[in-house]
Design a protein around this ligand. Structure first.
Ligand code: N2P
Length: 343
């Protein structure tokens, strides 16, 4: 009996130690876009490191910025688009990265680095890129739809899904009027107002989280969506075609950044470096087929994935990134709230 006691006590002690270490390992608080970071990727990180990840989502940059400004959440890692990262850097809401902890940065295509929002790559790491464009169910819509104006046609009343995003909606109006999308003032917003106020009346569904759903269900026949959503639709059925609007389109680069008040800076760096591994980044592309800025991961994608016209658009079209527009952002939010409430 005595012989048994020692090993049993040892096993119990070891188990207890493991449990204590686990309980003490601080978790990672991640705040990211909905439908963008696959849960199995997050679970893989926890399985490997023991670091638990709490994951909350948002569906617009403005929502993310408002949370950080209010000091809510105490997040360790966030996922702004380029222009939102620019705002956060200017306002001191994010902290400098320790590049020595990001060995996998080498996997990125250099074309996605040194961008205007963070010229020294001091604060942000590219995650995925994409565009905002038109998706058409060609079984239902037989006429070509190439421009914002053609989307917001009376014939498509109640047949449209569009992103629920103020800056996007106003941008479509600005493009339609031939106005600049990053130099916005009261005068240009007043010109956009009547146009988008007509447009919102035609829309059946506003959805930034999963605009593909209304198209898949057949609730709507066309819309304006994130390219990754259009890419999923195309993978499901080739009748869903993606078009870069003729007037010009928004091209985004979404990044990862660490908030100034993060508690687990170490885990945030580990998670970022994990996401930059080619085999992990490939899993992200499989679930959410945006444009992958990770050159090493792209090598692992199939020819079919690379031929998806929404993920990797071929040929021309004017594409522009958003810039930090300062206080006008609040005017845009007000304008869109106004026109929607008058809908
Ligand atoms: C993912 C949304 C893509 C982010 N659901 C657009 N910047």
């Amino acid at each position: 009996m005595k012989k048994l006691l020692l090993p049993v006590v040892a096993v119990v002690l070891i188990l207890a130690a493991v449990l204590i270490v686990r309980a003490r390992t601080p978790g990672l608080k991640l705040f990211g876009w909905s439908e963008y970071i696959p849960q199995p990727v997050i679970d893989g990180f926890t399985a490997e490191t023991g670091i638990k990840v709490s994951f909350e989502t948002y569906s617009s940059n403005e929502e993310l910025i408002a949370k950080l400004v209010a000091g809510d959440g105490s997040y360790d890692l966030v996922q702004p688009s380029d222009y939102a990262a620019e705002v956060m850097i200017r306002q001191g809401l994010v902290q400098k990265l320790d590049r020595t902890k990001l060995g996998n940065l080498k996997n990125l295509d250099a074309g996605y680095l040194k961008r205007a929002h963070d010229p020294g790559d001091d604060y942000s790491v590219p995650y995925m890129s994409g565009t905002v464009g038109i998706v058409v169910n060609t079984d239902k819509v037989k006429t070509p739809v190439r421009s914002y104006r053609e989307v917001f046609a009376p014939a498509f009343r109640n047949r449209l899904v569009v992103l629920n995003d103020s800056r996007e909606l106003v941008t479509w109006g600005l493009y339609t009027l031939g106005l600049p999308i990053n130099t916005i003032d009261a005068a240009s917003l007043e010109r956009v107002r009547p146009l988008i106020s007509d447009w919102v009346k035609l829309v059946k569904v506003f959805d930034s989280d999963s605009p593909k759903t209304a198209l898949l269900n057949g609730d709507v026949d066309l819309g304006i969506v994130w390219s990754g959503e259009a890419a999923i639709l195309w993978n499901t059925d080739k009748k869903f075609q993606y078009v870069i609007p003729a007037e010009g389109a928004h091209q985004f680069l979404d990044v990862l950044a660490i908030p100034a008040g993060a508690k687990n800076v170490e885990a945030a760096h580990r998670f970022m470096d994990y996401l930059l591994r080619p085999e992990v980044s490939k899993l992200i592309s499989e679930a959410f087929p945006y444009t992958n800025p990770n050159a090493a991961a792209r090598k692992l994608l199939t020819p079919e994935q690379l031929a998806n016209p929404a993920s990797y658009p071929q040929g021309g079209g004017k594409l522009e990134t958003f810039r930090d527009i300062g206080r006008v952002a609040a005017d845009i939010d007000r304008l869109v709230t106004d026109v929607k409430s008058a809908k």
